[in-house]
Design a protein around this ligand. Sequence first.
Ligand SMILES: Nc1nc2c(ncn2[C@@H]2O[C@H](COP(=O)(O)OP(=O)(O)OP(=O)(O)O)[C@@H](O)[C@H]2O)c(=O)[nH]1
Ligand SMILES: [Mg+2]
Length: 383
Amino acid sequence: MKKSPLVKWVGVGSAGCHILKRLALEWSDCPPLLALHTRQDVLDSLSGMDVLTLGEGMTEGMSTGGDAEIGRKAAAASIGEIENALQGVQFVVLLAGLGGGTGSGAVPLVAEAARRCGARTLAFCTLPFFFEGALRRETADQGLVELKKHAEAVILFPNQRLLEKIHASGALQSTFDKVSDVVASSLRGLWKLLTQPGVIQLDFADLCRMITTSGGVLAMAQAEAVGSERAAAVVRAISDSPLLEHDAVIGSAAALLIGVLGGPDLTLTELQTVVTGLSVQARTGVELHFGATVDPEAGGRLQVVVLASETVHPPAVVPVPVNPPESTKTNPGDREPSLTQTTLPLNNQARGRFEAMEPTVYRKMNLDEPTYLRRGLRLSGKV
Ligand SMILES: Nc1nc2c(ncn2[C@@H]2O[C@H](COP(=O)(O)OP(=O)(O)OP(=O)(O)O)[C@@H](O)[C@H]2O)c(=O)[nH]1
Ligand SMILES: [Mg+2]
C-alpha cells in the first residue's frame, strides 16, 4: 500500500455538505468526513460523518441568509472546536459552494485553522450559476480572495460549466445531485489515484509539486468511457470539457497531472493514447505528472482525471512604467551616459546573388530593404 498522510475531508455550508453526502453515498471506505454548517437541519440529515455546528446559537440553527460576514463570525466563534477536529491531520480537503454566506465566510477561516494545525490544505469550490446574479458572484469572488490567502491550492468548479457538462433538463434537486456527483466522482478518482498502488505511481508528492507550481488555482476535469474506443473517447471528452474551457486550460497550463484509472484489462496502448492525446495539447516545457492505477472495481470502465494549473491569462507583456516609482529613480549623477546613435559609413549596395532578381515591391515599398531603413527610423536607447 502507498504511504498516505492522515486526511480529512471537510464540507462547509450546504453545497459542501451536499458534496460530502454524495461522496459518502458511493464510497464505502472514504477518508474521514467532517461537515460544518450554521444550519442545524442540514447537519441533522447527514450520516456517516462527524458534524459541527458553526456559531452555535448565533443564527438559531438557520443559514446566514447569504451574509458572508455572519458566516465568518460563526466560524470564528467555533474556531476552537474546528481546530480540535483537525488536530494531527496532515492533509485537509475543503469543500464549499462559494456564493453563500456560510461557505464564503467560513471556509477561509477553516483553511487558516487547518494551516495552523500544520496540515496541507486543498480546497474544492463551486462558483455560482449565472442566473444567481451579481451579488452571489461578488460574495463568491470575495470568499475566493480570502481563501487563496490560506489554502495552498483552490480547485474551482464553476456550476455553470458543470451544468453544460451534464445537459440538465430534469427536476431541480436531481440537477443539483448530478452537479455535485460530477465533483464527487472527480474527487474520488483523484483520491484513488493518489492512495491506491499504481502501475505508474502518482502520489501526494506529485500533488504537492503541482500545488507549488500552480500559483494557487487549478482546474480539474474527469471523464469515463467503456468499450474498445474508450481511450480515444476520454481524450475527446476531456479536451471538450467545459471545466477546462474546451482545452484552453490544458494549452496554457504550467503543470498538468493526468491520472488514468482502469480495470485489470487496461493496456499500455490505452495509457499511451490518453497521455499522448492530452499532453500533445500542452505547451512545450509543461511540468507533466502522470500515473495509472488498476482498480479492481473499475470493471470495463476507463476513468481519466486531469488537474491543470490555471495560468490561463498570463499578462502578455509586462508594461514599462512611464514614470519610474520614486524608489527606483536614480540621482542624475548615478545615471549611465545615454547612448547616441551614429550613422556608420556603410555604403554596400551590392545585392550579391540576388542582383539579377526583381525587388519585392508592395505598395511602392521595397520589402527587401530593412524596415528601419525603409522608414528612416533611428534606434534609440539601450538594446
Ligand atoms: N454543486 C452544487 N452547488 C451548490 C449546491 N447547493 C448550493 N450550491 C452552490 O453553492 C452556492 C452557495 O450556496 P450554499 O452552499 O447553500 O450556501 P451556504 O454556504 O450554505 O451559505 P448560506 O446558506 O448563505 O448560509 C450557491 O450559490 C450555489 O451556486 C449543491 O448541492 N451542489
Ligand atoms: Mg445554504
